[in-house]
Write a protein that binds this ligand. Structure first.
Ligand code: AMP
Length: 476
């Protein structure tokens, strides 16, 4: 096994988690500032509708980050041959109970579960692996060439205590590989995650562990339980509950007084069966080969019941250990899940899920620059006739590939030119009453301020000619 330093996550940062809505969603937002400051929001005697706690609107000024994350995901997915799948937000409650496990926080405390109009018990999905596996079975993907590699992006719902980076609706990117147990695939999930986040400007470190097969884990659980029983009067109340219900979760405890007990607890790696040990060794070798930084984390067990063998979590290198609530993502093998849900016996699989909000928070903290999708031309109009003709002209430019912006809702030329300046376009088209009558249009060079009058029927080819050198410059 390659030599790496064993590390245990440090205890939770002592920083107080933000509680108020303002504190909670305090990312800079020009639109939000404008709304909050607007006198129309609080009118005497009228209550404005409120956002649900833990939910948030993703406002226009934040969208460039989301676009960048989605674009990078699509590009990495394509490179590593993952096909896109979109899954329903609502699933049968039974699917989640059978996969995630009844004695997990998600099922015990965090589910948005209810009965629909037809009397079926349904849930707003808390995660998407269960749905991806259901889809794999439902659509006979077992009969396709294996492994089947799927990726998705979308919202999940968990009734958690909201704090920075933890919302009741959050979005995940997921990659799932079904139908192969090759350790290179476990490693590939970590490699692609590492590169995806690097493309987004975030340096990361993987925390990796193996929790073995269900059988070897059972033996370990017995050992862990007997160790903790002998310390019963020294552990916190939560740990006492975990000891009875879900002993592996003892290793997740963040309470200060439990840390020395946890540090001396038996380590799962010592209880691995030979196959799991071999598998894990290969995974680590592949990671070494790919140059992905990782730390062996013998306390990492992950929260969900379905994991087997490899488990991992992804941390921003800058935060590693600091904010132990805020991993960017996590994943692992789930070799029994497909069979458990009625799929072909012994179909192995592995996957990873990344939190989109957390990625964007990290990008903002690291002040990652967002590529600007610039415009070439701004269209300004004066008067009704110009507006009418402008609609057609604008569409003509857009269809011929000119990146054009407009402000049909504005009247004053000064305001429109200010907007054109904001868009940093090299040219503005100005169409007034006189130009409409003459069949002309003004082209203003925004840098020099020089204006020329052109034949309106030739405007598209003229603009293309003017923009040619700029396009060449951008391509080179
Ligand atoms: P999990 O499905 O719990 O393994 O979570 C995978 C990733 O999703 C985490 O590492 C987070 O980045 C993200 N995540 C999970 N729960 C939340 C939440 N309540 N709010 C924001 N992000 C979350």
């Amino acid at each position: 096994m390659p030599k790496k330093v064993f590390s245990i996550k440090k205890s939770v940062s002592s920083k107080k988690a933000p509680e108020s809505e303002e504190e909670l969603f305090s990312e800079p937002s020009e639109t939000k500032k404008a709304v909050v400051n607007s006198p129309s929001v609080v009118r005497a005697g009228k209550r404005t509708p409120e956002l649900l706690r833990g939910f948030r609107d993703i406002l226009p000024d934040e969208q460039p980050y989301w676009d960048m994350v989605r674009d990078a995901t699509r590009s990495v997915a394509e490179a590593y041959s993952f096909d896109r799948i979109d899954l329903p937000i609502l699933e049968r409650e039974e699917l989640i109970l059978r996969t995630i496990g009844k004695q997990t926080d998600i099922v015990e405390k965090e589910m948005y579960a209810f009965e629909d109009q037809g009397g079926d018990r349904v849930v707003l999905r808390p995660e998407m692996t269960a749905s991806a596996v259901r889809a794999y079975i439902n659509h006979g993907m077992l009969n396709l060439s294996q492994p089947v590699k799927l990726y998705y992006m979308g919202p999940n719902f968990r009734y958690e205590r909201p704090q920075a980076g933890r919302y009741r609706q959050h979005h995940q990117i997921g990659f799932e590989v079904m139908g192969s147990e090759e350790p290179i695939l476990d490693a590939q999930l970590m490699v692609l995650t590492f590169h995806l986040l690097k493309d987004l400007g975030i340096d990361t470190v993987m925390h990796v562990n193996s929790i073995g097969t269900l059988e070897s884990r059972q033996q370990y659980k017995t050992e862990l339980t007997s160790y903790y029983r002998s310390k019963r009067n020294q552990i916190c109340e939560d740990c006492k509950r975990r000891l009875l219900k879900n002993p592996l979760r003892l290793l997740d405890c963040k309470v200060e007084t439990c840390q020395p007990i946890k540090a001396d607890a038996p380590q799962i790696l010592d209880w691995l069966d030979e196959d799991s040990k071999n598998h894990f060794m290969h995974v680590l070798e592949f990671l070494d080969e790919a140059g992905v930084p990782y730390t062996l984390d013998s306390r990492l067990v992950r929260g969900l019941d379905y994991y087997t063998r490899t488990v991992f979590e992804i941390w921003a290198a800058a935060d590693e250990g600091e904010r132990s609530q805020n991993s960017l993502g996590g994943g692992g093998r789930y070799d029994n899940l497909i069979e458990m849900l009625g799929g072909r016996e012994g179909t192995p699989a592995c996957g990873v899920a990344l939190g989109m909000e957390r990625i964007i928070l990290a990008m903002r903290e690291l002040q990652v620059e967002i590529p600007k999708h610039g415009a070439d031309v701004f269209f300004a109009q004066l008067g009704d006739a110009a507006r009418r003709q402008g609609l057609r002209l604008f569409e003509e430019c857009r269809r011929s590939g000119i990146r054009i912006r407009e402000a049909f809702g504005k009247n004053a030329l000064k305001t429109q030119l200010e907007l054109a300046n904001k868009c940093a376009v090299p040219y503005t088209l100005i169409l007034g009453q006189k130009e409409v009558l003459d069949g002309t249009i003004i082209i203003r060079d925004m840098e020099s301020g020089a204006q020329e009058i052109a034949d309106v029927t030739k405007i598209v080819s003229l603009l293309k000619k003017k923009l040619e050198p700029k396009e060449k410059e951008e391509k080179s």
